[in-house]
Ligand binder design. Structure first.
Ligand code: CIZ
Length: 337
């Protein structure tokens, strides 16, 4: 496998393909790609003018991560959103993340720069389906992974992220089964670690679930010295082959603890490799596969963020009845960890 994310320019082949697509799209709409520094200065001025804070998920493009005020996973970014003083939150991520910020900050304007930035995993569950599942298992506790819509969160008892899924599931009364929505692989992993009886939703992340045992074997063959770290949304048989299972925050913490010179094969979206490499210049990171690219996470560009601030779009709005119930589930999660 060549170019582990082409670290000279912070992009591997998969990301480069996404960038090319987006560049040709912006050219078709008559915009020039422009100079990154100039764009960052423009965003800086708009951010001050609009009293905005810019949050970027760890899977965003490198230049978007570098421009943002804060970069993190859903849990970290939700906490930052909840305590931010700015009037506007620009969420560089996918829709359910911006919704989470809107749930926690009803008095603020939350903007999602790209309206089409959805999540196929979140789309596997509707509120009605969760109600039906609950009716079938009236004694169960519903745990909603953060990768769900606000409506689904509103139907759940407690939320979790990849960083705290094990703790959240463990916090459930051991006598009650857990309905885990939406990621089957994460639910399976959390249930095994927390020793809870799980009723798993039939959903998975196409990016993580696409990582195969053959990919890991190939990466290990090419980088036999490297440790394998993988996201709990990967298939159970893939996780069996890893040295560490963690969400993006856990991977960052783990990489920081390892001695200089350590190499890692990384089983999550390649966007994280930019931050891993930046924070650990003395270590090496290889993507477990060149296809670990969440396409909707890469839709947000610097141009898109600037447009979002100029036009104050796209504002995330939620029904108050949904928002308040979803907030109760998120608050329950934040009380656990
Ligand atoms: O919790 C998150 O933000 C997700 C969706 C993945 C991760 O591990 O950061």
């Amino acid at each position: 496998m060549d170019c582990p994310i082409g670290l000279q320019n912070g992009m591997c082949k998969g990301m480069q393909r996404q960038k090319e697509k987006s560049m040709s799209k912006s050219m078709m709409s008559g915009q020039k790609t422009g100079d990154v520094d100039k764009r960052i200065r423009q965003i800086g001025a708009l951010r001050r003018q609009m009293n905005a804070v810019i949050l970027a998920h760890n899977y965003q493009r490198p230049e978007v991560q570098d421009m943002a005020d804060y970069t993190g996973d859903s849990l970290e970014l939700s906490r930052i959103a909840a305590r931010s003083k700015e009037r506007v939150i620009v969420f560089c991520g996918v829709r359910f993340m911006a919704e989470t910020a809107a749930i926690l900050c009803p008095e603020k304007t939350v903007l999602l720069p790209v309206l089409d930035a959805g999540c196929p995993l979140a789309d596997t569950a509707t509120a009605e389906q969760v109600r039906q599942m609950r009716a079938q298992h009236p004694d169960a506790v519903v745990v909603a992974y953060v990768n769900t819509s606000a409506e689904v969160k509103a139907e759940s008892d407690i939320c979790c992220t990849s960083a705290n899924a094990v703790e959240v599931v463990h916090s459930v009364d051991a006598r009650r089964p857990v309905i885990f929505v939406s990621d089957r692989n994460l639910g399976h992993y959390a249930g095994r670690m927390a020793r809870r009886r799980m009723i798993l939703w039939d959903g998975s992340c196409p990016t993580h679930a696409g990582l195969s045992v053959a990919d890991i074997r190939q990466a290990k063959k090419e980088h036999s010295e490297a440790k394998v770290i993988a996201h709990p949304e990967c298939l159970p048989e893939v996780l069996e082959l890893t040295d560490r299972v963690a969400g993006t925050a856990g991977m960052l913490a783990h990489a920081a603890e390892e001695p200089p010179g350590t190499a890692f094969i990384v089983g999550t979206d390649i966007g994280l490799i930019h931050r891993l490499q930046k924070e650990n210049p003395d270590k090496t990171f290889y993507p477990a596969s060149d296809y670990l690219v969440c396409p909707t996470m890469k839709l947000t560009t610097l141009e898109g963020v600037a447009h979002s601030l100029v036009r104050m779009e796209h504002v995330i709005t939620l029904k108050e009845s949904v928002r308040a119930r979803a907030q109760a589930a998120l608050d329950a999660m934040l009380a656990v960890r």
